[in-house]
Design a protein around this ligand. Structure first.
Ligand code: UDX
Length: 445
């Protein structure tokens, strides 16, 4: 099958490479000529395990191609995936300008039937707006060519995107057209061999499914963070509570890990956008607002704990950070708890000495050179000469540490663990002033 993908960001590139890998012919289009040139040279702009090899293999096999030419892109595929960004507006709603620009491009250039597939996470009702944009562009040409718009939301986790694409729990397609259903079945047949993963539904339900899934997961996390904060104040251990409630299959063990708040490109943006969508239909989504508020508060707890440990005065202190990315196995720092912490530390006159296995270039890009930020190679270098250590990301390489060494290396043995990596008792026995999330010994009143 010939398939066009608009947008070579995270979602577009993973979708294009995976679809090419199962034998489809894929043309990826992007307006960024620089990016396309780098992709053609085999250079991947993002960090995602396995993606570089998958792209270069399929480029070599000539099943995956890149272009900046919109006419060529529209001419190529019967399926035209829209996988461009939907950044949040100032008010938290998704900005659809890039999605609608692609829709107009398709309308301007199409010469026969096309299926426009909304892959980007877009608010409920967007398929209708895409349809209008295509129709408008066709009308300016005096054309009434036939086309369909369907919704096919992605459920990719950064760091496991290829696995999620190829072995995901479900493939959601929102359409009311049998013709689209047949084409989407053909597109996804290679992933639908052993059991039926394709779920067809109406367009709006498909659009809402994506938001509902992310909002539910974000709710689980904020709920656990709330329980953790309570546990701290009550002297209970949230890790025991987590095991206790996770054993009930109705609750389950997934996504109930307390921490320093959820980040990334999806949960914060999607929870906000869904709350906005609710507002537009005159419904106040109070639970979603609370999920968001709890997450903001949670990100601030790292600084609050540190500040208490130093009696409210962090000026002149050097704080080591292990982990900058919003989660392990990615270099993404969007909405990362580390950013809230660093910015608060700088405002308080402290210095940051940070190490992350993948996200240091991204950190440099975000904050540039500054006197109060040192990006150092390795976790040892980060703690050397530091007054305190904060763990922001649970990279595998941080899971085991010699507490005695840490005690000797840190000037003041304060460790704030935002990911509950260590046994609090063992850490405290080794002489560390160890503060985790929801594990007793609260610093915050
Ligand atoms: C998420 C969804 O999982 C994916 O299905 C969707 O398509 C996009 O959003 P992603 O943002 O890549 O994927 O990361 P994920 O692994 O889901 O983690 C999101 C955030 O939640 C991270 O900040 C993580 O640290 C946090 N988290 C996750 C917790 O704090 N506790 C948990 O138990 C699980």
């Amino acid at each position: 099958m010939q398939i066009t993908i608009f947008g070579t960001g995270y979602v577009g590139l993973v979708t294009g490479a995976c679809l090419a890998d199962v034998g489809h012919e894929v043309l990826c289009m992007d307006v960024d000529a620089d990016k396309i040139a780098r992709l053609e040279a085999g250079e991947i702009p993002i960090y995602e395990p396995g993606l570089e090899a998958l792209v270069s293999h399929n480029v070599a096999e000539e099943r995956l191609r890149f272009t900046t030419d919109p006419a060529a892109a529209v001419a190529f595929g019967t399926l035209q995936f829209i996988a461009v960004g939907t950044p949040p507006d100032e008010d938290g709603s998704a900005d659809l300008q890039y999605v609608l620009a692609v829709a107009r491009t398709i309308g301007e250039h199409m010469d026969g039937y096309r299926v426009i597939v909304d892959k980007s996470t877009v608010p409920v009702g967007t398929a209708g707006r895409v349809r209008e944009a295509v129709r408008g562009a066709l009308a300016t040409r005096g054309s009434e060519l036939d086309f369909d718009v369907c919704s096919n939301p992605e459920f990719l986790k950064e760091g496991a995107a290829i696995e999620d694409f190829t072995h995901g729990a479900r493939i959601i397609v929102g359409t009311d057209s049998p013709r689209v259903e047949a084409l989407m079945r053909e597109c996804y047949a290679p992933y639908n061999r052993h059991h039926e993963k394709l779920m067809f539904m109406d367009v709006k339900s498909a659009e809402l499914t994506k938001y509902a899934a992310n909002a539910m997961l974000a709710t689980k996390i904020s709920f656990m963070n709330e329980i953790a904060n309570l546990a701290e104040r009550l002297g209970a251990d949230v890790e025991e509570v987590r095991r206790g409630i996770g054993s009930d299959p109705r609750i389950g063990y997934h996504f109930i890990y307390p921490g320093c708040g959820y980040g990334g490109s999806c949960f914060p943006k999607d929870v906000q956008a869904l709350a906005r969508t609710a507002g537009e239909v005159a419904y106040r989504a109070e639970l979603l607002e609370a999920v968001e508020a709890v997450n903001h508060r949670q990100k601030a707890t790292l600084f609050a704990k540190l500040s208490q440990a130093f009696d409210g005065d962090l000026s002149g202190k050097t704080v080591a950070l292990w982990g900058l990315a919003f989660k392990p196995n990615t270099d993404d720092m969007r909405e990362a708890p580390s950013r809230v912490l660093m910015e608060a530390l700088w405002a308080a006159g402290a210095r940051v000495q940070a190490y992350d296995p993948e996200a240091m270039a991204e950190c440099r890009r975000l904050y540039g050179e500054r006197d109060d930020l040192a990006l150092v190679e390795g976790r040892e270098a980060a703690v050397t000469g530091a007054d305190a250590l904060v763990i922001c990301t649970e990279w595998k390489a941080f899971r085991s540490v010699d507490f005695a060494w840490l005690r000797r290396t840190l000037t003041t043995p304060v460790v704030v663990d935002g990911r509950n990596l260590y046994d609090p008792q063992a850490a405290r026995q080794a002489g560390l002033l160890y503060y985790a999330v929801g594990r007793g010994a609260s610093l915050v009143d």
